[in-house]
Design a protein around this ligand. Structure first.
Ligand SMILES: C[S@@+](CC[C@H](N)C(=O)[O-])C[C@H]1O[C@@H](n2cnc3c(N)ncnc32)[C@H](O)[C@@H]1O
Length: 229
């Protein structure tokens, strides 16, 4: 199986199955994780017991049911996930895909690695990297995914640029994200919440055909955006 192609300029160090990017002096490029790496073992529990019911007013079971439906016919594709987290892609992606995941949190990636080892993707690679600076060559992926994370990307233009660059010319981006007009709870959802119309405009401006998926789950919007480049 071919490895996913990395840019010639990128230097990588692999530790326990996770790829870390090096700078010109061969020093690790350090990313400040979204949730302290020390607390990453609590992440799945926090999502299930607090974030889904209290912030999103959504069902986590329904979330994975929806994602499974969206991805059920996607097989033998080369897929990138922006913000892999603890590896919940195993709950909805078919095994016969080639998977690359990036995340700024090495703690969460270590948990993802354990799940992926047991699951058995055709192949998988994990990178401790920022969504705005990914190590892959242009036109590499058929599909890109981002779940519950778009709101955390501080440099959204940088993310768009990497998404556009790394997808093949008619690649498809699938996303789930909380949107303010569906939010019922008073609890704060961190990051930048984009309205449906704003998302549509942002994607259309970058030559994507934006299409919301017909699923309702609390504050969450599920959409896909097909690239035309
Ligand atoms: C709410 S979690 C979602 C994780 C996973 N996609 C899921 O559905 O469970 C947000 C994730 O975004 C990651 N993240 C935040 N900013 C990032 C960035 N600039 N680049 C890459 N990952 C980032 C965090 O480390 C965390 O894993």
């Amino acid at each position: 199986m071919d490895k996913i192609k990395i840019k010639d300029s990128v230097k990588i160090s692999n530790k326990n199955g996770i790829n870390y990017l090096l700078d010109n002096n061969n020093k690790l490029i350090k990313n400040k994780p979204w949730i302290g790496d020390l607390f990453s073992f609590l992440y799945d529990r926090i999502m299930e017991k607090s974030v889904f019911p209290k912030k999103f007013n959504a069902s986590i079971e329904e979330h994975y049911k929806i994602l499974k439906k969206i991805f059920e016919d996607i097989s033998d594709k080369t897929i990138i996930e922006f913000a892999t987290g603890t590896g919940d892609a195993i709950k909805f992606l078919n095994k016969n895909n080639i998977y690359a995941g990036v995340d700024i949190s090495s703690g969460l990636l270590r948990l993802a690695k354990k799940k992926f080892d047991l699951y058995g993707f055709t192949s998988f690679e994990l990178y401790n990297a920022d969504a705005t600076e990914i190590p892959f060559q242009d036109n590499t992926f058929d599909i890109a995914i981002c779940n519950l994370s778009l709101n955390f990307f501080k440099n959204i233009e940088g993310f768009f640029s990497e998404l556009h660059r790394s997808l093949k010319p008619s690649g498809i981006f699938y996303c789930s994200v909380p949107i303010p007009e569906r939010k019922k709870s008073k609890a704060t959802i961190h990051g930048s919440l984009y309205k449906l119309d704003d998302l549509k405009k942002m994607f259309e401006n970058k030559n994507f055909r934006f299409e919301p998926c017909p699923y309702e789950n609390g504050a969450l919007l599920y959409f896909k955006a097909k690239l035309n480049k």
